[in-house]
Design a protein around this ligand. Structure first.
Ligand code: CTP
Length: 490
């Protein structure tokens, strides 16, 4: 029997956990299916049916997906159409020729591909070759009157479900980060409301240059997914990080992103309460107790929930990152203010506590500044008192959200400690960070990456190291897969 593309099926089903849930198997069984490229016979009809229920067309023999579901993007001009549509922007680099392969493979998934080429890209491949492969007109000129009459650039930007940039050159990344609209490609990137994936390719020195890295951080912060680059020999003959990811990796990411778009409205009508950032507990008029929490993880989760149509209340302590778009923001400073804001935001369907709440506060903060008197040698005594546990209070509240999720940073006995915390606080899931006591990489604070294990009352699942934004998307996908089950219990 020929190999089954198990990775594609997992993507279409909404993640590994969905397949595990569907077949009643553990993570190792799924790893086995992926390695072997095969599924047990009993699984085939279940997978086929689940995919059909999600709107996919599947060949029951080969289990290959022959057409994607109708995409409802929720955008004002959105219209239903057969399959999904991708705008493929080709940048000017030697990797441009790989865009042809990407376009072909995207179409194998039943996706309509429309090409857009920068001027520089045309030094490497011709619009004609891309048009021949996509069977669509390839656009390149912002000021072409025919193109404006037939398809204004705003329409071109809006009538797509996803924008994929292959290759994303240093210049294209910089201009996008700057918000420039000086050619058709950058204008579309600025005008689109669809998600964007970029696959960078450039000389390793250009990639590691601080300017490119700053642009990368800006683009990621704005929700653009960046695939690669990988380490290897680059077109200029230098070894290093800068080689574009392979077409397979780019296509898999694009199909996964489209699957997310399909579930864009999955949490519409739900209300989620998210806590984020540190709390700041005053000792006197100028001093305080706090911690290094950056709020990145909580803000990313709030943004990911909002993208899926959830009404989100984000209660955050002071952070240096912008408020995520589309959420109701409540800025607080102390744990007591955070608790009050959370209670006031109830009822909610989901609560996710990511805030690093200070465990203690001064029993009686001094009104003015505590002064050192001349000749004073002794340090002042400050009496502390325990702060309320917001997660525990939400879990035992009379208006308890159906799904309550906490985070836990553990130095050792990850599973035992996190499971104990889960029980003690009465929440449903804990995302536990294994923080090694002696390593600085244990500092997830302020970092863009995070590594967690998802612990529930009866299972533990290790998630690999990933960007906090990716973790947010994965958690939200998991919530979408679960919320039906939670609802059914109540
Ligand atoms: N939490 C909370 N209110 C508190 C303390 C913690 O809501 N006063 C929440 C955090 O947002 C997190 C979870 O509880 O989701 C676990 O926080 P953590 O600091 O790991 O645990 P602690 O309760 O402080 O326990 P310990 O310090 O003993 O590990």
């Amino acid at each position: 029997m020929s190999r089954i593309d198990v990775a594609a099926l997992i993507t279409a089903l909404g993640g590994r956990e969905s397949l595990q849930h569907l077949l009643g198997v553990g993570p190792s069984a799924v790893s086995n299916y992926l390695t072997k490229g095969a599924l047990p016979n009993r699984a085939r009809p279940l997978v086929c049916q689940a995919l059909q229920e999600r709107g996919y067309q599947v060949d029951p023999q080969s289990l290959s997906i022959t057409a994607l579901p109708l995409v409802k993007s929720g955008r004002p001009q959105a219209r239903e159409r057969q399959g999904a549509a991708i705008l493929l922007i080709v940048g000017g680099g030697i990797a441009a020729y790989k865009a042809l392969e990407v376009s072909r493979r995207l179409q194998d998934h039943g996706i309509k591909v429309t090409g857009v080429m920068t001027k520089a890209a045309q030094q490497f491949i011709t619009p004609l070759s891309l048009s021949a492969l996509t069977a669509q007109k390839t656009y390149s000129d912002l000021f072409s009157l025919t193109e404006e009459a037939e398809m204004g650039h705003i329409r071109l930007a809006r009538e797509t479900d996803l924008v994929v940039v292959v290759p994303a050159t240093a210049s294209l990344m910089a201009r996008t980060a700057q918000g420039l609209a000086d050619d058709l490609a950058t204008t579309l990137l600025l005008a689109t409301k669809a998600p964007i994936i970029m696959a960078p390719a450039m000389n390793p020195a250009m990639w590691s240059n601080a300017a490119t890295q700053a642009n990368l951080a800006t683009l990621r912060q704005r929700g653009i997914e960046v695939i690669g680059p990988v380490t290897g020999e680059t077109a200029c003959g230098e070894e290093g990080k800068g080689r574009m990811s392979g077409p397979d990796t780019i296509v898999t990411a694009a199909v996964a992103k489209l699957a997310q778009t399909v579930s864009a409205g999955a949490l519409t009508g739900k209300h989620a309460l998210v806590t984020s950032g540190p709390t700041v507990e005053p000792l006197d008029a100028v001093r305080f107790i706090s911690n290094h929490s950056s709020g990145r993880q909580g803000h990313a989760i709030a943004a990911a929930l909002a993208r899926r149509g959830t009404r989100v209340t984000l209660v955050s302590g002071p952070v240096n990152i912008p408020d995520p778009p589309g959420v109701a923001m409540i800025h607080v400073r102390t744990a007591e203010q955070m608790l009050a804001a959370c209670k006031a935001a109830l009822p909610a369907d989901i609560a996710i506590c990511t805030a690093a709440v200070a465990d203690w506060r001064a029993q009686k903060p001094v009104k003015g500044k505590i002064k050192k008197l001349p000749g004073d040698t002794a340090a002042p005594t400050i009496s502390l008192t325990k702060n309320p546990d917001i997660l525990a209070q939400l879990s035992s509240h009379s208006q308890r959200p159906k799904l309550v999720i906490g985070f836990a940073a553990e130095t050792d006995n990850l599973q035992a400690n996190a499971s104990e915390k889960l029980r003690r606080k009465g929440c449903d899931w804990i995302l536990a960070n294994a923080v090694s006591p002696d390593s600085s990489d244990g500092t997830v604070f302020g970092n863009e990456h995070n590594k967690v294990s998802l612990i529930t009352s009866d299972e533990k699942e290790d998630w690999p190291m990933m960007l906090k934004t990716e973790l947010a998307d994965k958690l939200v996908q998991r919530i979408i897969n679960t919320i039906g089950v939670v609802n059914a219990k109540n």
